[in-house]
Structure formats: C-alpha cells, structure tokens
Design a protein around this ligand. Structure first.
Ligand code: DAH
Length: 356
C-alpha cells in the first residue's frame, strides 16, 4: 500500500543527511552560545572582551564558520539553521554590547579616580629647596671673613680697562693681559669695555672710594673666553680679599690665609705659599692647601699689594701697606665636595643639587 498522501498542508521536504547536520548544528549552537556567554560574563577587561568577540563573531570566529556549513544543508534545514545562527549572532552581539558598557564604565571610573586631584590636600611633609652649592660656599666664605673683621664689597660685572687692568699695574703692552682671556664688550673704544676677568678691579674701586684701613672681601661673577670642560667654566665666581693698614706684611697674609682655610676646610688642613708672579703684587705667591693623601692643591693667588697699585688709587705706599688674595669659589666647592666635573655646578640637575 502506497503511503497515504492525504496529509494536509505543505509537505516538509526532508533530507535525511541534511537533517542530521541541521540537528547537529542546533545542539552545537546552543552549547556554543552558552560557552560564549559564560566567557563574556567572566571577562574583566575591554581588550579581553574584544578577543572573545572576535573568536565567536569575527571573520574567522566560530559562528561565522558555522554559517559556512549552511551551504551543505537542504533548503529547509538551511532556513532553520540560518535562523538559529542569526539568533545566536544577535544574542551574542547584545551580550557583548552589554558587557562592554559595564566594563567601559568601570574603566572610566577607575581612570577618573587615578587622575583625581585633591586641591584641598595639605602635604604634611613639604619638600623644601635650598641654596645652590656655590651660593652656600660663598655665604660661608663671607661668614668666615666677616668673623675675622672683614666687610663685604661689590663691584660691577662690566668693567673698563682701567679697573680690570691698568690700575692693577697691567698696562696695555703687558703680556699678562693675554693670559686673562678677556671677553670684550662692543661699547665705545675697542678693548676698552669688558666683562671683568677677575674680581681684582673691586680692590681699585674700594681704595678709590675709602680711606685706609681697609679690610674687605669681594665675591662675584667673573668671565673668560674659556670653553666649559671638567675644570673650566666661562662664567665663574671668585672672591677677592684686600687689606690695607699700617705695618702689614707677608706674615699677616700667610696667617690670614691659614686662618680662613682652617675655618672653611677644618683644622687638620695645612697651607703653604709658593713664589709666583702677578703684576699687582710684589712679592706674589700662589697658595696651596694640603689633602688627606699628602698632596697639595692650588687654591689661588696672593701677595703684598704693589706700591704702583696703591699710588694709582691715591694711597701713599710710604704710610700704608697691604696684601691681597683671590681665588675661585666654584673651584673651592669642587675641592671641598670632591666633584668630578665643575660643570655639575651649572647643569641644574636636581638629583645632583639636592645632595648638598
Ligand atoms: N686676580 C688673580 C686671577 O684671577 C688672582 C689674584 C692673584 C688676586 C693675586 C689677588 C692677588 O688679589 O693678590 O688670577
């Protein structure tokens, strides 16, 4: 007996193999959607969420792969499986979207918290700055000399040839002029105006304007055409000392230098004078300080003020005598703190400066 065909309604076309695939697709799809949802629920970052989204919904994602199997189904099965797949895609798309919104809100909140500025915050320990190493050295030098009865004098950083050279017994033809590597300023007569190449001109200004006895130190900036290297700076600091009184001699000079060195460096440090030459002093010397290793380090120049210098300032050398000295404050700081490179003093690196 032939199979009854009195069945009402459209007859469902079946394809035994396609059907099996269709069912398989249905079952796999359900567990795939569950697996994806579980992963999406657990994910904690937007980046990981994007990875998961890609692994299911991306071009090579699992759902996309499934779509490719549709072609092997018969029309009916394909329709049903296609529907199921589309449903799965929209379910997962919605779940991903919801999770993304939650994670994005959380990450924004976290960022806001991290970047929060509490403008009412009061720091209990305020980090304070301090004076630069060279300023500290200069202040201490002033203190030491003021303690010995000196006063502090100052002079201009731009000088005329008279103050920087001539009055100091360095006439134009004098070879010592060349050794100062002077930076000239283009004002008026050539080589007439310059950045002072030492603090010695303050001696002249002080003697011109004051009656002896004179006991001054003059710290300040000085300039030469030197290129900066480990031991030179084109702008550096010196301190000048000048004493004019009655009956002053070399012994007073040696004693003054020794007292200040011991006050500044410590009582164990010794000093010595070595004969030298400066046009503005006679006799002239260089003075050295002893190091713990037994070596001597040169600190500066000094001597008995030349009678010609006194006369240039209207002081009678028959009545008044004196001594003078000068040395670099930056070099002194380098020696005292055993710095490897004098340029550290001007690099303005807080990691260096905060150590002193
Ligand atoms: N002005 C000298 C220089 O810059 C240093 C100096 C030497 C100063 C001897 C003095 C002195 O007062 O008496 O090289």
């Amino acid at each position: 007996m032939p199979e009854s065909s009195g069945n009402a309604g459209p007859r469902r076309q079946t394809h035994p193999i396609g059907d099996t695939i269709g069912q398989t697709v249905g079952v796999e799809l359900e567990s795939l959607v569950e697996r994806a949802q579980a992963q999406i629920r657990e994910v904690e970052s937007l980046e990981e969420l994007a990875d998961i989204e890609r692994s299911f919904l991306g071009k090579k994602g699992e759902l996309t792969q499934q779509k490719k199997t549709l072609g092997s189904l018969d029309a009916d099965a394909r329709g049903a499986a296609g529907h199921a797949l589309n449903d799965a895609v929209s379910t997962l798309t919605a779940v991903v979207g919801a999770r993304r919104a939650v994670l994005a809100a959380a990450s924004e909140a976290q960022q806001l918290e991290a970047e929060r500025l509490d403008l009412t915050e009061v720091l209990s320990e305020v980090e304070r700055g301090h004076l630069h190493l060279v300023t500290q050295a200069r202040d201490r030098l002033e203190d030491v000399f003021v303690g010995m009865g000196f006063t502090v004098a100052e002079g201009p950083e731009v000088e005329s040839a008279w103050y920087n050279f001539e009055a100091l017994n360095i006439p134009e033809w004098h070879p010592a002029r060349g050794s100062f590597d002077t930076i000239f300023v283009d004002l008026g007569e050539p080589e007439e105006v310059m950045l002072r190449s030492h603090t010695s001109p303050v001696q002249i200004r002080t003697m011109e304007n004051n009656e002896p006895p004179i006991y001054i130190v003059a710290p300040g900036r000085t300039f030469r055409t030197d290129t900066a290297d480990a031991t030179h700076l084109p702008a550096f600091n010196q301190i000048e000392g000048l004493v004019i009184d009655r009956g002053i001699g070399l012994g007073d000079l040696a004693g003054t230098i020794d007292s200040f060195v011991k006050a500044f460096f410590g009582h164990e440090v010794k000093t010595r004078l070595r004969p030298s030459y400066f046009p503005f002093t006679e006799p002239s010397a260089e003075f050295d300080i002893s190091t713990p290793s037994g070596d001597w380090l040169e600190l500066g120049g000094c001597g008995v003020v030349h009678p010609a210098v006194l006369r240039n300032c209207g002081i009678d050398p028959e009545i008044w005598q004196g001594f003078a000295f000068g040395f670099g404050i930056d070099r002194l700081a380098v020696m005292r703190y055993q710095l490897d490179d004098i340029r550290e003093l001007v690099n303005n690196d807080v990691r260096f400066l905060s150590q002193f």
